[in-house]
Write a protein that binds this ligand. Structure first.
Ligand code: ZN
Length: 360
Protein backbone atom coordinates (compact mmCIF):
# COMPACT_ATOMS: atom_id res chain seq x y z
CA UNK A 1 0.00 0.00 0.00
CA UNK A 2 2.81 2.37 0.93
CA UNK A 3 4.29 2.68 -2.52
CA UNK A 4 0.93 2.90 -4.24
CA UNK A 5 -0.14 5.72 -1.95
CA UNK A 6 2.75 7.85 -3.14
CA UNK A 7 1.08 8.19 -6.52
CA UNK A 8 -2.32 9.09 -5.10
CA UNK A 9 -3.37 12.70 -4.82
CA UNK A 10 -3.56 14.09 -1.30
CA UNK A 11 -7.32 13.82 -1.03
CA UNK A 12 -7.12 10.16 -2.02
CA UNK A 13 -4.65 9.50 0.75
CA UNK A 14 -6.88 11.25 3.27
CA UNK A 15 -9.76 9.03 2.15
CA UNK A 16 -7.60 5.94 2.56
CA UNK A 17 -6.62 7.19 6.02
CA UNK A 18 -10.28 7.54 6.96
CA UNK A 19 -11.12 4.06 5.62
CA UNK A 20 -8.15 2.59 7.49
CA UNK A 21 -9.13 4.28 10.70
CA UNK A 22 -12.68 2.97 10.45
CA UNK A 23 -11.63 -0.55 9.52
CA UNK A 24 -8.70 -0.89 11.94
CA UNK A 25 -10.04 1.31 14.73
CA UNK A 26 -8.91 1.68 18.32
CA UNK A 27 -5.74 2.56 20.15
CA UNK A 28 -3.17 0.36 21.75
CA UNK A 29 -2.71 0.32 25.46
CA UNK A 30 0.51 1.54 27.02
CA UNK A 31 3.17 1.06 28.24
CA UNK A 32 4.46 -0.10 24.93
CA UNK A 33 7.82 -1.77 24.66
CA UNK A 34 9.85 -2.68 21.60
CA UNK A 35 12.04 -5.63 22.39
CA UNK A 36 12.77 -7.16 19.00
CA UNK A 37 16.41 -6.65 18.12
CA UNK A 38 17.10 -4.95 21.44
CA UNK A 39 18.58 -7.87 23.38
CA UNK A 40 22.32 -8.51 23.04
CA UNK A 41 23.39 -11.74 21.40
CA UNK A 42 24.55 -14.04 24.21
CA UNK A 43 25.87 -16.68 21.84
CA UNK A 44 28.78 -14.77 20.39
CA UNK A 45 31.97 -16.87 20.41
CA UNK A 46 34.67 -15.64 22.78
CA UNK A 47 37.09 -14.95 19.96
CA UNK A 48 34.61 -12.76 18.04
CA UNK A 49 35.23 -9.03 18.13
CA UNK A 50 33.31 -7.31 20.89
CA UNK A 51 30.14 -5.60 19.61
CA UNK A 52 29.97 -1.88 20.34
CA UNK A 53 28.42 -1.16 23.71
CA UNK A 54 24.77 -0.12 23.37
CA UNK A 55 24.32 3.59 23.89
CA UNK A 56 22.55 4.86 26.96
CA UNK A 57 18.74 5.04 27.01
CA UNK A 58 17.47 8.53 27.73
CA UNK A 59 13.91 9.33 28.79
CA UNK A 60 12.34 12.36 27.13
CA UNK A 61 8.96 13.72 28.21
CA UNK A 62 6.78 15.66 25.77
CA UNK A 63 3.95 17.72 27.27
CA UNK A 64 1.45 18.63 24.57
CA UNK A 65 -1.83 20.35 23.80
CA UNK A 66 -3.66 21.23 20.59
CA UNK A 67 -6.74 23.14 19.42
CA UNK A 68 -6.94 25.27 22.56
CA UNK A 69 -8.92 27.84 20.49
CA UNK A 70 -8.48 30.72 22.90
CA UNK A 71 -9.96 28.87 25.89
CA UNK A 72 -7.61 30.50 28.39
CA UNK A 73 -9.96 30.26 31.34
CA UNK A 74 -11.75 27.26 32.90
CA UNK A 75 -14.92 26.08 31.20
CA UNK A 76 -17.66 23.50 31.65
CA UNK A 77 -17.03 20.91 29.00
CA UNK A 78 -18.96 17.86 27.91
CA UNK A 79 -20.32 16.98 31.35
CA UNK A 80 -17.13 18.02 33.16
CA UNK A 81 -17.49 21.06 35.42
CA UNK A 82 -14.88 23.79 35.75
CA UNK A 83 -12.03 22.23 33.76
CA UNK A 84 -9.06 23.55 31.77
CA UNK A 85 -7.53 27.01 31.93
CA UNK A 86 -4.00 27.95 30.96
CA UNK A 87 -3.04 29.06 34.53
CA UNK A 88 -3.86 25.60 35.88
CA UNK A 89 -2.11 23.96 32.98
CA UNK A 90 0.99 26.05 33.72
CA UNK A 91 1.04 24.67 37.29
CA UNK A 92 0.60 21.16 35.94
CA UNK A 93 3.39 21.67 33.40
CA UNK A 94 5.75 22.73 36.21
CA UNK A 95 4.76 19.70 38.29
CA UNK A 96 5.47 17.48 35.29
CA UNK A 97 8.96 18.92 34.93
CA UNK A 98 8.65 21.78 32.40
CA UNK A 99 11.94 23.64 32.28
CA UNK A 100 14.05 20.53 32.88
CA UNK A 101 16.36 19.47 30.02
CA UNK A 102 14.51 16.19 29.41
CA UNK A 103 11.05 17.79 29.18
CA UNK A 104 9.64 19.57 26.11
CA UNK A 105 6.43 21.63 26.14
CA UNK A 106 4.68 22.00 22.79
CA UNK A 107 1.35 22.85 21.17
CA UNK A 108 0.10 21.48 17.86
CA UNK A 109 -1.73 24.60 16.69
CA UNK A 110 -5.10 26.39 16.61
CA UNK A 111 -4.12 28.31 19.71
CA UNK A 112 -6.48 31.19 19.02
CA UNK A 113 -9.75 31.86 17.11
CA UNK A 114 -13.21 31.29 18.56
CA UNK A 115 -12.14 32.04 22.16
CA UNK A 116 -13.75 34.86 24.18
CA UNK A 117 -10.84 37.22 23.44
CA UNK A 118 -9.83 36.00 20.00
CA UNK A 119 -11.92 38.34 17.89
CA UNK A 120 -10.73 41.54 19.56
CA UNK A 121 -7.09 40.62 20.20
CA UNK A 122 -6.44 38.05 17.42
CA UNK A 123 -4.17 35.84 19.51
CA UNK A 124 -2.16 38.25 21.66
CA UNK A 125 -3.36 37.15 25.14
CA UNK A 126 -3.06 33.52 24.05
CA UNK A 127 0.59 34.03 23.04
CA UNK A 128 1.41 36.01 26.21
CA UNK A 129 -0.13 33.23 28.33
CA UNK A 130 1.87 30.57 26.46
CA UNK A 131 5.04 32.58 27.08
CA UNK A 132 4.30 32.75 30.80
CA UNK A 133 3.41 29.04 30.92
CA UNK A 134 6.81 28.13 29.47
CA UNK A 135 5.82 26.73 26.08
CA UNK A 136 8.80 25.92 23.88
CA UNK A 137 7.36 25.01 20.47
CA UNK A 138 4.18 25.39 18.47
CA UNK A 139 2.92 24.26 15.07
CA UNK A 140 1.01 26.69 12.87
CA UNK A 141 -2.64 25.61 12.69
CA UNK A 142 -5.11 26.72 10.05
CA UNK A 143 -6.72 29.15 12.50
CA UNK A 144 -3.42 30.94 13.12
CA UNK A 145 -3.89 32.32 9.58
CA UNK A 146 -7.52 33.46 9.94
CA UNK A 147 -6.69 37.06 10.86
CA UNK A 148 -4.15 37.31 8.02
CA UNK A 149 -0.43 36.77 7.60
CA UNK A 150 0.70 40.17 9.02
CA UNK A 151 -1.20 39.35 12.23
CA UNK A 152 0.44 35.93 12.39
CA UNK A 153 3.90 37.45 11.92
CA UNK A 154 3.16 39.94 14.71
CA UNK A 155 2.10 37.09 17.02
CA UNK A 156 5.25 35.11 16.24
CA UNK A 157 7.37 38.17 17.11
CA UNK A 158 5.62 38.32 20.50
CA UNK A 159 6.09 34.60 21.12
CA UNK A 160 9.11 33.39 23.12
CA UNK A 161 8.90 30.10 21.26
CA UNK A 162 9.15 29.26 17.56
CA UNK A 163 5.99 28.64 15.54
CA UNK A 164 6.80 25.90 13.04
CA UNK A 165 5.51 24.97 9.61
CA UNK A 166 7.56 23.16 6.97
CA UNK A 167 4.83 23.41 4.34
CA UNK A 168 3.44 26.98 4.52
CA UNK A 169 5.17 29.54 2.35
CA UNK A 170 4.49 32.86 0.64
CA UNK A 171 3.78 32.81 -3.07
CA UNK A 172 5.33 36.27 -3.55
CA UNK A 173 8.73 35.49 -2.02
CA UNK A 174 8.80 31.67 -2.09
CA UNK A 175 9.97 31.82 1.52
CA UNK A 176 8.47 29.88 4.45
CA UNK A 177 5.97 31.81 6.59
CA UNK A 178 7.78 30.67 9.74
CA UNK A 179 10.65 28.47 10.77
CA UNK A 180 10.25 25.01 9.25
CA UNK A 181 12.06 23.08 11.98
CA UNK A 182 14.32 23.30 15.00
CA UNK A 183 17.11 21.07 16.24
CA UNK A 184 17.21 21.08 20.03
CA UNK A 185 20.10 19.71 22.04
CA UNK A 186 18.48 18.40 25.19
CA UNK A 187 19.37 15.68 27.70
CA UNK A 188 22.22 14.45 25.51
CA UNK A 189 19.94 14.14 22.46
CA UNK A 190 19.78 16.04 19.20
CA UNK A 191 16.02 16.39 18.71
CA UNK A 192 14.64 17.49 15.36
CA UNK A 193 11.10 18.93 15.42
CA UNK A 194 9.31 20.17 12.30
CA UNK A 195 5.82 21.63 11.91
CA UNK A 196 3.07 20.89 9.39
CA UNK A 197 -0.06 22.92 8.56
CA UNK A 198 -3.40 21.71 7.16
CA UNK A 199 -3.45 22.15 3.36
CA UNK A 200 -6.97 23.65 3.27
CA UNK A 201 -5.60 26.78 5.00
CA UNK A 202 -4.53 28.11 1.60
CA UNK A 203 -8.18 28.23 0.47
CA UNK A 204 -9.22 30.79 3.12
CA UNK A 205 -10.30 34.24 1.96
CA UNK A 206 -7.54 36.85 2.00
CA UNK A 207 -4.73 34.29 1.86
CA UNK A 208 -4.00 34.32 -1.87
CA UNK A 209 -0.30 34.80 -1.09
CA UNK A 210 -0.20 31.57 0.90
CA UNK A 211 0.93 28.26 -0.57
CA UNK A 212 0.58 25.10 1.52
CA UNK A 213 2.61 22.19 0.19
CA UNK A 214 1.43 18.58 0.47
CA UNK A 215 2.40 17.79 4.09
CA UNK A 216 3.66 14.31 3.19
CA UNK A 217 6.06 15.75 0.61
CA UNK A 218 7.21 18.41 3.06
CA UNK A 219 7.76 15.76 5.76
CA UNK A 220 9.80 13.61 3.36
CA UNK A 221 11.96 16.65 2.67
CA UNK A 222 12.34 17.30 6.43
CA UNK A 223 13.22 13.65 7.13
CA UNK A 224 15.94 13.72 4.49
CA UNK A 225 17.36 16.94 5.90
CA UNK A 226 17.05 16.20 9.61
CA UNK A 227 17.53 12.46 10.00
CA UNK A 228 21.33 12.53 9.47
CA UNK A 229 21.68 15.44 11.89
CA UNK A 230 19.49 14.24 14.77
CA UNK A 231 18.97 11.35 17.18
CA UNK A 232 15.18 11.71 17.33
CA UNK A 233 12.71 13.13 14.80
CA UNK A 234 9.35 14.54 15.93
CA UNK A 235 6.57 15.83 13.69
CA UNK A 236 4.50 18.56 15.37
CA UNK A 237 1.49 18.60 13.09
CA UNK A 238 -1.79 20.35 12.49
CA UNK A 239 -3.05 18.14 9.68
CA UNK A 240 -5.55 15.92 11.57
CA UNK A 241 -5.55 12.37 12.88
CA UNK A 242 -6.33 10.67 9.55
CA UNK A 243 -3.48 12.36 7.72
CA UNK A 244 -1.15 11.78 10.69
CA UNK A 245 -1.65 8.06 10.11
CA UNK A 246 -0.77 8.44 6.45
CA UNK A 247 2.26 10.49 7.51
CA UNK A 248 3.53 7.68 9.77
CA UNK A 249 3.08 5.18 6.91
CA UNK A 250 4.72 7.33 4.27
CA UNK A 251 7.54 8.88 6.31
CA UNK A 252 8.67 6.14 8.72
CA UNK A 253 11.84 8.09 9.55
CA UNK A 254 9.59 10.02 11.97
CA UNK A 255 9.83 8.71 15.53
CA UNK A 256 6.71 10.33 17.07
CA UNK A 257 3.83 12.51 15.88
CA UNK A 258 2.31 15.16 18.14
CA UNK A 259 -0.82 16.29 16.33
CA UNK A 260 -3.97 18.36 16.23
CA UNK A 261 -6.66 19.75 13.91
CA UNK A 262 -9.34 17.03 14.14
CA UNK A 263 -9.88 17.74 17.88
CA UNK A 264 -9.38 14.01 18.45
CA UNK A 265 -9.28 12.57 21.95
CA UNK A 266 -6.55 9.92 22.14
CA UNK A 267 -6.41 8.86 25.78
CA UNK A 268 -3.45 6.63 24.84
CA UNK A 269 -1.03 6.92 21.92
CA UNK A 270 -2.26 5.48 18.64
CA UNK A 271 0.45 3.26 17.17
CA UNK A 272 1.30 2.86 13.48
CA UNK A 273 3.54 0.03 12.28
CA UNK A 274 4.50 1.39 8.88
CA UNK A 275 4.52 -1.08 6.01
CA UNK A 276 7.82 0.38 4.82
CA UNK A 277 9.40 -0.23 8.24
CA UNK A 278 7.29 -2.89 10.03
CA UNK A 279 9.73 -3.33 12.92
CA UNK A 280 9.16 0.24 13.91
CA UNK A 281 6.23 1.55 15.99
CA UNK A 282 5.34 5.23 15.64
CA UNK A 283 3.15 6.76 18.37
CA UNK A 284 0.62 9.44 17.42
CA UNK A 285 -0.72 11.63 20.24
CA UNK A 286 -3.55 14.18 20.23
CA UNK A 287 -5.12 15.93 23.25
CA UNK A 288 -8.65 16.68 22.04
CA UNK A 289 -9.44 20.36 22.37
CA UNK A 290 -9.64 23.48 24.58
CA UNK A 291 -6.86 22.40 26.94
CA UNK A 292 -9.24 20.58 29.26
CA UNK A 293 -6.73 17.73 29.39
CA UNK A 294 -2.94 17.93 29.28
CA UNK A 295 -1.15 15.44 27.05
CA UNK A 296 1.99 13.64 28.20
CA UNK A 297 4.16 11.36 26.09
CA UNK A 298 7.29 9.69 27.49
CA UNK A 299 9.84 8.33 25.04
CA UNK A 300 12.75 6.11 26.02
CA UNK A 301 15.37 6.91 23.41
CA UNK A 302 18.55 5.05 22.49
CA UNK A 303 20.47 7.10 19.92
CA UNK A 304 21.53 5.19 16.84
CA UNK A 305 19.33 2.16 17.51
CA UNK A 306 17.80 0.51 14.42
CA UNK A 307 15.18 0.63 13.04
CA UNK A 308 14.36 3.59 15.30
CA UNK A 309 15.73 5.16 18.46
CA UNK A 310 12.55 4.79 20.53
CA UNK A 311 12.85 1.69 22.72
CA UNK A 312 9.59 2.21 24.63
CA UNK A 313 6.88 4.80 25.03
CA UNK A 314 3.97 5.65 27.32
CA UNK A 315 1.32 8.30 26.91
CA UNK A 316 -1.79 9.63 28.58
CA UNK A 317 -4.05 12.64 28.95
CA UNK A 318 -4.27 14.28 32.37
CA UNK A 319 -7.53 16.09 33.30
CA UNK A 320 -6.98 19.77 34.15
CA UNK A 321 -9.32 20.09 37.14
CA UNK A 322 -10.12 22.73 39.75
CA UNK A 323 -7.91 20.81 42.20
CA UNK A 324 -4.87 22.24 40.35
CA UNK A 325 -4.04 25.76 41.60
CA UNK A 326 -3.65 28.56 39.06
CA UNK A 327 -0.13 29.72 38.29
CA UNK A 328 0.31 33.31 39.59
CA UNK A 329 2.61 34.39 36.73
CA UNK A 330 0.08 33.39 34.08
CA UNK A 331 -2.70 35.02 36.10
CA UNK A 332 -0.76 38.28 36.28
CA UNK A 333 -0.42 38.30 32.48
CA UNK A 334 -4.11 37.57 31.98
CA UNK A 335 -5.47 39.82 34.76
CA UNK A 336 -6.45 42.68 32.45
CA UNK A 337 -8.21 40.32 30.06
CA UNK A 338 -10.26 38.37 32.60
CA UNK A 339 -13.27 40.73 32.86
CA UNK A 340 -13.60 40.93 29.08
CA UNK A 341 -13.54 37.14 28.86
CA UNK A 342 -16.32 36.97 31.47
CA UNK A 343 -14.07 34.85 33.67
CA UNK A 344 -13.53 34.98 37.43
CA UNK A 345 -10.46 33.48 39.16
CA UNK A 346 -10.98 29.78 39.74
CA UNK A 347 -14.46 29.83 38.20
CA UNK A 348 -15.54 28.49 34.83
CA UNK A 349 -17.01 30.61 32.11
CA UNK A 350 -20.64 29.63 31.97
CA UNK A 351 -20.61 28.56 28.40
CA UNK A 352 -22.10 25.43 26.97
CA UNK A 353 -19.45 23.66 24.99
CA UNK A 354 -20.55 21.06 22.55
CA UNK A 355 -18.17 19.48 20.17
CA UNK A 356 -19.62 19.79 16.68
CA UNK A 357 -19.01 16.94 14.24
CA UNK A 358 -16.44 18.87 12.20
CA UNK A 359 -15.12 21.59 14.49
CA UNK A 360 -11.75 22.17 12.80
ZN1 ZN B 1 -8.97 23.41 15.72
Amino acid sequence: MGRKMNTLPLFGRILIGIVLSVSMGGCTTTPFSLTRGASPDRHVAKAAPKPPAPSKTIRLTILHTNDVHGQLFPIDYDGMQNVGGVARRATLLKRLGAGKPDVLVMDAGDLWERGPLSKKYTGKPEVLAMNAAGFQLMALGNNEFRAGIPNLLQRSREAHFPMLSANARLRSTGKPVSREYVILKRAGLRIGVFGLTAPRTATYAGLSDLVVEDPIQAAQRMAKLLKPRTDLLIALTHIGFFLDRVLAEEVPEIDAIVGGDTHTWLERPYVVYPEKQPRKAIPIVHAGEYGVKQGRLDLWVRPGRQPGPVVKFEGKLIPVTAAIPEDPTVNRVLKRYRPEAGAMPGQPRRKKNRTPLFPF
